[in-house]
Write a protein that binds this ligand. Structure first.
Ligand SMILES: Cc1cc2nc3c(=O)[nH]c(=O)nc-3n(C[C@H](O)[C@H](O)[C@H](O)COP(=O)(O)OP(=O)(O)OC[C@H]3O[C@@H](n4cnc5c(N)ncnc54)[C@H](O)[C@@H]3O)c2cc1C
Length: 390
């Protein structure tokens, strides 16, 4: 059967490696994005809001903590999680961020480092979307170097007293529970902090030009007291929050492919239908070379993501593998979005089409979860065995 131009975006037919269940998850998420997300994303992007009313549907699809086992989580494969992120981010990076933050940055640390009581109490509610989490690592003065954080937790009897500020936190302002990373006399620890705790104050960051269909905020803790039972017992070093970031970056590597694919497909159908100088724009050699480059880049990015999925399922995935794919695939996504935007002329700058929104979003996605430079340095250290961070 001959392929349509759009289906050619999986040029090497890599989705053939997906199981029936993974294919079903892919199709379910893609249908949700097409029917329920795409029609409203432009308005939310302009308003700077996330459509909270979709959270129950997202939860019903099993997407929150979907790659975790037990405690009401779907227990899906790593590949299924990746492919779901790809389809979500084709809709918008804000949508994929919502799912990544809830599952990889908030549920994963409880699942991996929490006590049985913490898991039983929080995870089923978070999988159901009844409790929304945020992950507080970045501070106003400490981003790429989180080990320099100044947020402190001090033990007082059976409690901990937390003081400090976290900034650029996805879902701060709408979250019910904050996963707070703090320094203590014994090193870095993670705490579960209900956002209605006395002394906890969150604010939305209003003037964001990127990832607008996602709420980003800051929070302050002024002598916030939590019991010892709210400390994650097995999170004993900065490696704990970094392992959560690895989980989320894995999703970004797939999500960026969705962004690039969406932009490529929109530019292609636009140029096939729009004539200038007497023929469709897609018929000019300059356009065709651009499409060839875009499709090659998307194919390379997709190959990297799918390989990460295989390595993760074989428990062979290492942080430097994820660094390469996160760095490479974000670059492909932003370049493809910008090229697609230009190929759509003036119409490309409106929210009626996705490329400019995706390009703006990718500025954040390239920055969070480790910037392009930091992932380059991680790779550099892996290649040379010489750390160059300082
Ligand atoms: C929309 C959005 C949502 C976010 N959500 C969250 C969240 O939910 N939770 C959370 O904890 N954080 C979140 N972040 C924060 C994000 O993780 C940080 O912005 C990121 O880690 C970079 O830190 P920074 O912004 O302080 O930049 P900096 O660390 O100040 O870096 C500035 C520039 O310097 C470069 N640089 C830094 N160090 C080096 C070096 N050694 N060598 C060369 N260049 C270097 C960087 O690559 C970058 O280009 C979010 C950010 C955004 C934009």
């Amino acid at each position: 059967m001959s392929q349509t131009p759009a289906s050619l975006s999986d040029f090497y037919e890599m989705d053939e490696v997906l199981s029936d269940e993974e294919t079903m998850i892919r199709d379910t998420v893609a249908t949700f994005v097409a029917k329920e997300w795409d029609p409203i994303v432009g308005d939310h992007f302009e308003a700077g809001t996330f459509p909270m009313e979709l959270i129950p549907t997202i939860a019903d699809m099993g997407l929150l903590g979907m790659h975790l086992d037990g405690y009401g989580c779907a227990g899906a494969s790593a590949m299924a999680y990746g492919v779901a992120c790809r389809e979500l981010e084709a809709g918008d990076s804000g949508l994929r961020s919502f799912v990544s933050v809830q599952g990889s940055l908030c549920m994963f640390p409880i699942w991996r480092y929490g006590s049985t009581e913490q898991k039983e109490h929080w995870l089923p509610r978070m999988a159901a979307g009844e409790v929304i989490g945020c992950f507080g690592l970045t501070e106003p003065d400490h981003g790429s170097d989180p080990a320099s954080m100044t947020t402190r937790a001090v033990r007082r009897g059976d409690s901990w007293i937390l003081n400090g500020a976290k900034r650029w936190i996805t879902n701060a302002g709408l979250a019910d529970l904050a996963i707070v990373w703090a320094n203590t006399d014994d090193g870095f620890r993670g705490f579960l902090v209900p956002t209605d705790s006395p002394g906890f104050e969150a604010r939305k960051i209003q003037n964001k030009l990127s990832l607008r269909a996602s709420v980003t905020g800051e929070f302050y803790m002024d002598d916030v007291e939590v019991p010892e039972s709210m400390r994650l017992p097995d999170a004993l070093s900065i490696g704990a929050p970094l392992s959560c970031l690895s989980e989320a970056r894995f999703g970004i590597a797939f999500g960026a492919v969705g962004v690039a694919r969406c932009c490529y497909e929109q530019a292609l159908s636009y140029q096939l239908e729009r004539p200038q100088f007497g023929k469709p724009l897609a018929g000019f050699q300059i356009s065709q070379i651009k499409f060839a480059d875009m499709l090659t880049d998307i194919t390379n990015a997709n190959l990297q993501a799918m390989r990460l999925g295989q390595l993760k399922e074989q428990h062979r995935l290492r942080p430097h593998h994820i660094s390469m794919a996160k760095r490479h695939n974000c670059r492909v996504a932003i370049d493809t979005a910008r090229t697609a935007r230009a190929m759509m002329g003036a119409n490309g700058v409106s929210t009626e089409y996705a490329p400019m929104r995706h390009a703006a979003n990718m500025e954040s996605v390239m920055t969070y979860e480790g910037t392009e430079e930091i992932h380059g340095l991680i790779l550099g250290q892996q290649i040379t065995n010489i750390p160059a961070f300082r």
